[in-house]
Design a binder for this molecule. Structure first.
Ligand code: ADP
Length: 524
């Protein structure tokens, strides 16, 4: 078992003389009151002894002891009481519990609590008065004065430690705040009454292209921006609302503390929130800057999309309404046939648009069911061909199929791949003059293991090279108005389906000559 001496060493509890004032104190008090032994126990707030300095004991005495004093018995009573304990024989005291094994024999005892301002810091003990049977009142007075001195120095030390800790904590919090401000994903500028930058964070450098240095004017970096109200009307041309506030504080509308500015040429949009702070009597402004270009673009796309959908649905609906009305006055069979064909076309257009919108909404909400199974491309292509022939394009275009029967099967969601094929074939027909042929070809990819490639080819209007990359984006339709037939969702859906199957989709096209869309899937 670990010896007491070892234990106290590792706990820094038992310190004979480490050179500090408190460690030498028991020795001094011992001499003053003629005691054989003296000890100073310093306790934490819970009453646990944290430091124990002794005087009068040899190393060999210490190593004989089985444990260090734990603050029970007489020592515990002393800690709890407000007054000193002085007895001729320790064992005569009702609270005495005896000594740990190996402890030197002690008889007379003088214990003084170390207290100050109602707080207990530990005890001073003197034992075995050498020149008399017991310690005197005079001894007690001397030790109490010493205890007062110890209490004062412990109190000072703890106050110093607490203060140092507090300073450290404040420094730590300040550092954290600084790191937070520096790395937050909005621009932050603290400026003085003259609009001069005091500090700015990293994001302002990203927003303005350069870091704003202390002393720069905020207005200088915003010179290229137009100030707009929320309704889009111009606020003050080239002048910062911060300046207006200074010139005519009463006319400044508080609701305009959040303002959107637009770059005069690039269209970049920034939202600025200005929060005035009164700090030590000096007025400063905290300006929070967010780049809202993307959000505003999305808003524009959203509203364009809504008006497009409304338009695209209203068009066929009006036609269907007129055609239905005309049914009542139709006389000849030929007229009836042509109305029926037109009705079919318009409802198909609407069904395709609504189908794509629904599919995209489910993609966005992550609720598209993906249910893969073993499929064969020939089955899928035949199914696509049947649906194509039943559609309005079945009469206007011819679909040719070149699929090798020996192609291996693949693992895919049957209905999603059918939707992919239908979208590509219907686009091929939509964007080709009537009577033109369309081809679906499927073959094994050369040089790549286990992949089937499917190709949909048309001889239609084609896609200009610079627009080919964008056509897989949601809501993208070619700038050429002649080809604005759908909602710009079909190819985005195709790309999503191919991505789900970990495949690739691409287009090659020549304007005016035709297009070829290719996608590949891995075989079983
Ligand atoms: P939409 O539903 O409007 O057809 P898509 O996402 O399917 O939307 O297609 C996006 C745009 O790409 C279309 O507006 C069209 O201009 C062009 N496009 C798609 N397929 C073809 C094709 N086979 N030939 C020519 N242009 C095409």
């Amino acid at each position: 078992m670990e010896g007491f001496k070892e234990k106290v060493r590792t706990m820094e509890l038992f310190q004979e003389n480490d050179g500090s004032i408190l460690s030498t104190l028991p020795g001094k008090v011992r001499v003053l009151v003629d005691a054989q032994y003296a000890a100073l126990a310093i306790m934490d707030e819970a009453g646990k002894i944290t430091t124990f300095h002794v005087s009068g004991m040899e190393e060999s005495d210490v190593s004989k002891m089985s444990s260090h004093p734990t603050g029970l018995g007489l020592l515990g009573a002393l800690h709890k009481s407000n007054s000193s304990i002085r007895v001729a024989n320790i064992f005569d005291h009702p609270q005495s519990v005896g000594f740990p094994d190996g402890h030197p024999v002690m008889t007379s005892f003088l214990g003084v609590p170390i207290r100050r301002n109602g707080r207990s810091y530990g005890n001073l003990y003197l034992t075995n008065k050498l020149t008399a049977k017991e310690f005197t009142k005079h001894d007690q007075k001397i030790v109490e004065v010493m205890a007062e001195y110890v209490a004062l120095s412990i109190e000072n030390e703890r106050m110093y430690v607490n203060e140092t800790l507090l300073v450290e904590q404040v420094k730590h919090q300040a550092n954290r705040l600084e790191t937070l401000i520096e790395n937050v994903d909005v621009g932050i500028i603290l400026s003085d009454i003259n609009d001069d930058v005091i500090i700015s964070n990293k994001m302002t450098a990203t927003i303005f292209g350069e870091r704003l240095q202390a002393g720069n004017k905020i207005t200088t970096c915003l010179e290229e921006y137009r100030w707009l109200r929320n309704d889009g009307t111009l606020l003050w041309d080239g002048q910062s609302p911060l300046e207006i506030k200074k010139v005519a504080p009463n006319s400044y509308d508080e609701s305009e503390t959040e303002i959107t500015v637009h770059h005069k040429t690039s269209g970049k949009a920034l939202s600025l929130s200005v929060i005035p702070i009164d700090q030590d009597g000096a007025s400063t402004n905290l300006t929070v800057i967010r780049d809202v270009t993307k959000i505003q673009e999305n808003e524009t796309v959203k509203s364009e999309f809504l008006s497009m959908v409304t338009h695209d649905l209203r068009g066929p609906l009006a036609t269907i309404q007129n055609l239905t009305k005309s049914l009542g006055i139709i006389k000849s069979g030929n007229e009836l046939k042509s109305v029926r064909i037109s009705l079919e076309e318009e409802t198909e257009n609407m069904a395709e648009l609504v189908g794509n919108l629904l599919h995209m909404a489910r993609v966005e909400s992550g609720s598209i069911p993906y249910d893969p199974e073993i499929c064969h491309i020939l089955d899928l292509v035949n199914e696509c061909n049947n649906q194509f022939e039943r559609s309005r394009f079945g009469k206007s275009h011819k679909l040719h199929i070149h699929v090798a029967s020996s192609l291996p099967s693949f693992y895919a969601d049957h209905s999603l791949v059918l939707r992919l094929l239908n979208n590509l074939v219907s686009n091929a027909a939509k964007y080709s003059p009537t009577e033109r042929s369309i081809w679906i070809k499927a073959h094994k990819l050369p040089f790549v293991e286990n992949r089937v490639q499917v190709e949909i080819i048309d001889r239609g209007i084609g896609i200009p090279t610079h627009e080919q990359k964008k056509i897989f984006d949601k809501f993208y339709r070619l700038s050429n108005s002649a080809s604005r037939v759908g909602a710009g969702l079909g190819l985005a859906i195709c790309k999503h389906i191919v991505d789900l199957h970990q495949g690739n989709i691409s287009v090659s096209s020549i304007s005016g000559k035709g297009s070829s869309f290719k996608f590949d899937l891995s075989t079983v």
